[in-house]
Design a protein around this ligand. Sequence first.
Ligand code: PXP
Length: 247
Amino acid sequence: MTANAKGPARLGVNIDHVATLRQARRGVEPDPVWAAAAAELGGADGITIHLREDRRHVQDRDLRVLRETVQVALNLELAVEPAMVAIAVETRPDQVTLVPERREEVTTEGGLAVASRREVVAEAVKRLRDAGIRVSAFLDPEPSEIDAAVALQVEAIELHTGRYALAREGRDRDAELKALEAAGARIVSAGVGLHAGHGLNYRNVGDVAAIPGMAELNIGHAIVCRAVFIGLEAAVRAMKDRIEAAG
Ligand code: PXP
């Protein structure tokens, strides 16, 4: 997915939760490959998967098959670990989003620490960029982290919207939105692609989609939850409609 400062943000559909359901029985269904196809039919601009080191949901086979079958952009979320970076270099997703990873967490908690781990992150960014893969970094809306990532020449920064999503509607959420808007302005003025994700749903996505310069939103849980009742294609279409209405 290339930078897109004008028009509505692109929607990357995270299908990890489909793989989680499959892994509950360690069987073959539901297949994330089918999910990607349905999401594309619903208008997804990208497919996002997180290949975790513990392989709790997405498997290496999923990445290989999705790389062959996905027609839109394939965004691979990845820990900053040499072995994981090597998998990306070999598989060549269109984009890698570098994320923090802890085995005991239920989902990704907090943004990547770049400022305190500059050399390790710089090495990963270089290896990926040298392989022709666009690199995004998943960060909290903290100026020092944004500046550190910009200095490492990432092509995009995905703002962690988890705090915004969890904040109570009203003053708390408004304050989190302001932090996202300020961080977004910093990223856009640095000439870096502005992405956001985590915890976004049909009710809270509009304000984030409307942040100036917002180019890409990566959304999974809310879409897969709605898909249980109305199907994935329709759930993706409904989210696209919300984003288009806001952007
Ligand atoms: N972006 C990143 C970097 C993530 O780690 C996740 C969760 O896997 C998402 C977006 C999507 O979050 P959610 O499933 O809450 O929509």
